[in-house]
Design a protein around this ligand. Structure first.
Ligand code: FES
Length: 118
């Protein structure tokens, strides 16, 4: 049974300059991660929240990275704590939407993608 609560301030939007923060109250139990909270928000409060993850908590896929309270972290490894937790997209990657950034190196993108953009 959840007995604690955290307030997540989550950066939203498709523009780093014109984005906004949305705040969500999340009840949690000890051991739950920031990614657990983001997944709960998407399932219960706002299905439009864009996040990326794969392995959930094995620290294997490396796709859940975001800035948590100003530090780049794997959101599946950062435990929830009481109070406000600010979550933002990676600062040096092109923003796609909300917490999802383009993490594919340019040289590894499919050739068809480059042709479509040209
Ligand atoms: S979800 Fe795979 S490392 Fe975090």
């Amino acid at each position: 049974m959840a007995d604690r609560s955290a307030r997540l301030r989550v950066r939203r939007g498709t523009s780093k300059r014109a984005g906004r923060f949305d705040e969500f109250e999340v009840a949690y139990e000890d051991g739950m991660s920031v990614l657990d909270a983001l997944r709960w928000i998407r399932a219960n409060l706002d299905s439009t929240l864009a996040i990326r993850y794969s392995c959930i908590n094995a620290n294997a896929c490396k796709t859940c990275m975001a800035r948590v309270n100003g530090k780049v972290e794997y959101t599946c490894m950062v435990k929830l704590t009481p109070g406000v937790i600010t979550v933002e997209p990676l600062p040096k990657r092109p923003l796609i939407r909300d917490l999802v950034t383009d993490i594919v190196p340019e040289e590894e993108k499919l050739e068809i993608s480059r042709k479509q953009r040209a």
